[in-house]
Design a protein around this ligand. Structure first.
Ligand SMILES: [Zn+2]
Length: 367
């Protein structure tokens, strides 16, 4: 069987949902355990509870991958006084590492809300609330003879994607100048002498969470000893990342029937919803977990229905009969996060021991 470390598993997850995509209040990533520990088995769950830790121990899994971080607000002492402290103690005593991908898994393209959309068979999927401060412009200057190689490396590492287009760049021909000191070994020209070189200025858009990877790719192919590049922050929102999704059913469906369908697909014991304002629904907005703050995004994008969780009593009034608002439960809305982890990990580690939890960790019961 292949040998793999906790940090290698973390990199597989982060190559899909980079930690840089998490909200600033979040605490995703490795919370307990050493990155260099060899992983014997992986258990995937939505939450980490004492029962999940017991399941990991019983099944020989020393790495738990969860959607909700075990440590959220920090711990000042670990005495076993709180549930979180007891789970931390149990995990450490049993050499179990705990890792979470939380709001980064919510915000990534293909993440939790996308999975909900997939289950409802929606098409024309867009992000409901595109992320701010997630994009940068990378500008570099390559000798024109090497421009194509440099451009391709930028594209291959994830730069230059705009909407459904890839390989987007802007290129201007110009002239670069440089003079290397006695300690240099210039690719062209002579050290100590001012050199003029035909160069191409290449501009690409880059998601901030992968900037270091893109810069590393740039440096690995650029022929110069010192690679000149500039990174500019952008005000543009990232249409390919952010919370919630909006998409369409193939055909409009009767609102009552669609609510029943939602209940079945997400295996809900009950759902809560506001007044049914239209007989039919077609445009569907979704956000796994506590997504009520996106209600106005759903209304302004003309969604007929917004499905999320954790909606308070007064929240249902705020629809003002403009949209059908549905609370399907936090656990129910995010349960498919387990499938995202499972599909990602089994694809990358096909021969490795990876299991989904057999437990229901929903702390809410329905009578
Ligand atoms: Zn959640």
């Amino acid at each position: 069987m292949q040998t793999i470390t906790v940090s290698q598993v973390a990199s597989i997850i982060e190559s899909f949902s980079p930690l840089g995509l998490q909200e600033n209040y979040d605490n995703a990533g490795l919370a307990i355990g050493s990155p260099s520990t060899e992983v014997k088995g992986i258990l995937i769950a939505l939450d980490v509870t004492p029962e999940i830790a017991d399941e990991a121990i019983a099944t020989g899994c020393n790495l738990i991958i969860a959607h909700h971080p075990i440590i959220f607000n920090g711990l000042k002492r670990i005495t076993g006084a709180t549930l979180t402290e007891r789970i931390v103690i149990k995990a450490i005593q049993n050499d179990i590492a705990i890792y979470a991908a939380h709001t980064n898994l919510d915000s990534v393209w293909g993440g939790v809300s996308h999975k909900m959309a997939e289950k409802l068979n929606l098409s024309n999927i867009k992000v409901l609330s595109p992320a701010n401060n997630q994009l940068a412009k990378l500008v570099t200057f390559a000798p024109t003879s090497a421009a194509q190689k440099v451009r391709q490396a930028l594209f291959d590492s994830g730069a230059g994607n705009i909407g459904n287009y890839d390989s987007c760049s802007y290129n201007t021909e110009g002239q670069g100048t440089f003079r290397g000191s006695e300690s240099t070994n210039p690719f062209v020209g002579e050290k100590g002498e001012l050199h003029f070189e035909p160069e191409t200025r290449i501009e690409v858009i880059v998601p901030k969470p992968i900037i270091s990877k893109v810069v590393a790719a740039l440096k690995s192919v650029h022929p110069y000893e010192e690679v000149a590049f500039d990174i500019y922050p952008l005000e543009n929102k990232n249409p390919k990342a952010g919370l919630g999704v909006i998409g369409s059913l193939q055909e409009p469906l009767n609102s009552d029937e669609f609510l029943q369908h939602v209940k079945t697909i997400f295996n809900c014991t009950q759902i809560k919803h506001s007044n049914i304002v239209k007989h039919q629904v077609k445009k569907i907005a979704l956000c796994g977990g506590s997504g009520f703050s996106l209600l106005n995004n759903a209304i302004s994008q003309n969604a007929d229905i917004f499905i999320t969780a954790d909606i308070k009593y007064h929240g249902f009034f705020e629809t003002e009969n403009k949209i059908l608002l549905v609370d399907i439960g936090h656990y129910e809305s995010e349960l498919f996060a387990i499938d995202i982890f499972y599909e990602l990990l089994t694809k990358n580690l096909p021969t490795f021991a990876i299991r989904k939890t057999s437990l229901n960790t929903n702390p809410i019961n329905y009578l």
